[in-house]
Each structure stands twice: as structure tokens, then as C-alpha cells.
Design a protein around this ligand. Sequence first.
Ligand SMILES: Nc1ncnc2c1ncn2[C@@H]1O[C@H](COP(=O)(O)OP(=O)(O)O)[C@@H](O)[C@H]1O
Ligand SMILES: [Mg+2]
Length: 322
Amino acid sequence: MTPIVQTVNLSQRFGDTVALDDLNLQIPAGAVYGFIGPNGAGKTTTMRILTTLLPPTVGDAFIAGHSVRKEPEAVRRMVGFMPDYFGVYETMRVWEYLDFFGHLYGIQQPRRTALIDELLELVDLTVKRESYVMNLSRGMKQRLSLARTMTHDPKLLILDEPASGLDPRARIELRELLRELRRMGKTIMISSHILTELAEMCTHIGIIEQGRLLASGDVATIMAELRPHKLLEIHVLAQASAAVELLNRYPGVASAVIDDDEEALPLGPDGGTLLVNFTGDNQQLSALLAQLIASSIPIIHFAERRSDLEEVFLQVTKGAVA
Ligand SMILES: Nc1ncnc2c1ncn2[C@@H]1O[C@H](COP(=O)(O)OP(=O)(O)O)[C@@H](O)[C@H]1O
Ligand SMILES: [Mg+2]
């Protein structure tokens, strides 16, 4: 299937600054793609190119197959962009703000009024319809801005750092809203310089640093690529040292140790948590468990310890941050 976003050898220079360096990224339709990287990495530049606001120095980008260079009109119809600043519409009322953009997109009455109501409902601002934009909280302004990007019903939403500066409650509301948009069939590209802001809401991630894409793909694949070993966590009620000895002789076990972390579960004398670096396949894994049980090791927990995205992020960007 054609990805909804594809960049081909995308590069961008500003004078001597290389903002993007041969960027090749793809986003499948329906994804929530977290675009993560430190300040100055090139996130906003990429998004401005994808939304036709900035022509690339080298390369091209395609939205559902349409070139940002050759078919900017077609691209704009498909994309909604929420920039990282709000703009200067503070003295408008909430409904006027949406009316203004509806007008720009050529949406006629009576459809426009109905659309404003639908959008306000969607972003939960119906009660603020008559309020002035300047009197909204930051979270509300973000939601209004998101409603604006939906005016022309785009397939793809590109949101530049929407969670920055939001308090935890506003962030949760934003996350709920993105879920709703995804259910509506939208593809969402969302940037952040803080991984944890995005971790739970993304299906895919791209990590960018100094204009280069360090990793990109679905979350599970990226994790598997970056950590080919499984880390097993086994709790035993007793015979921890015997179990470690047995494990270390087992094929597929790279290493097995007793977890001496003070926070590890207190499991009695010679009980404890074993950490096993396992390189074998699933067949060997189940045989390993059978072997432990056959050796009368009293196991109460046997599971793969999942590494989280944050750990993966640190690993990928190790040392590359200037
Ligand atoms: N209009 C511009 N003129 C000159 N340099 C720019 C311009 N826009 C961005 N840059 C530079 O390009 C690099 C990438 O910036 P940007 O895309 O804004 O990064 P991010 O959004 O990831 O923080 C930075 O070094 C930035 O200073
Ligand atoms: Mg930016």
C-alpha cells in the first residue's frame, strides 16, 4: 500500500546550516506517527515541507502520492497543519475564528455554521463558543487550533509540538482527542522533543537528530531491532543460585544473574529475581521453562521484561546529541 507520507532524499539548507540531511521517511495510512527529536533536529522544517510552506532544497515529498513540489494544491487539500505557535487571532470569538477559516477554505453557508458546531463538539469547546480566544487556557487554544486544522476534513493531520506547555490534564484531553481522530480514520503525525509525551499514543515513531532520521517504523519493530535479545525476568521462591547455574549452561542464554537491585522483590532465603539475557527462539524459550520446572525450581513468575520507548530512544540517540 502507498504510504500516505513519503519523503525521498529530502534535504534542506538554510545558508550553511543543514537542517535536513537526506531524509527518507514513510508513514502508513491510519498511523499515529510520533516524530521525536531534540530542539533544532529538523522536525518543524520537515513539517513545513510536508505542508507545502517550504520548498525543499533537494528531494521531494509525497502526500498520498502527490508531490509537494508539483501538486501543492492537491497536497493542501489533504493536509491539516497545526503549527507550534497560535497566531494573532486573540480578539476573535471562538466561533468567529472557525468561521474565518471555514471561509478561507470556501465552505458555504449553511454548511459552515453546522461545521463549526461539529468541530466545537469534537474538541469539547461548545460551551466556549462565544468566548474570546484570548480568554481561553492554553489547552483550549490548542484544541481550537486543532479544530481549525480539521476545517477542510483533511486525511492527514500534522501537529507540531501540540503537547508542549500543556498541564497534565490538558495533555490527557489532547491524547483522548487524538484517539478520537484516529477512530475517525485520520493519519496523525505529531512532533515532540519529549518522548514521554508521545510514548503511549503512537503506533509508529521516527527519531530525528541533526537532520538525520535515526530510526523509523512501527513501535514493536523498532524495539525488536534495537534490542534483539529478550530480557527475561524470573522470580523463584528458592534455589536462585542453582537456577542461575542451570540457566548459564542452557543454549540460547547469553547471561543469567540474580538481580541485586534493592527494589527487587524480597523472596526469602535463596529466593529472588533472575535476569536472563536470552538470544534463542520461542521453542527454546518454552523448553527452558520446562527444564527449570523439571529441575524443581519453585518459579512464581516467568516473563519477558519489556523495554520501554524511552530506553530505546536513549540507545538510538546515544552520543549523537551535540
Ligand atoms: N528559516 C530558517 N532560517 C535559518 N535557519 C533555520 C530556519 N528554520 C530552521 N532553521 C535551522 O534549521 C535547523 C532545524 O530547525 P527546526 O526544523 O526548527 O528544528 P526542530 O523543529 O526540530 O526544533 C535548526 O538548526 C534551525 O536553527
Ligand atoms: Mg520545531
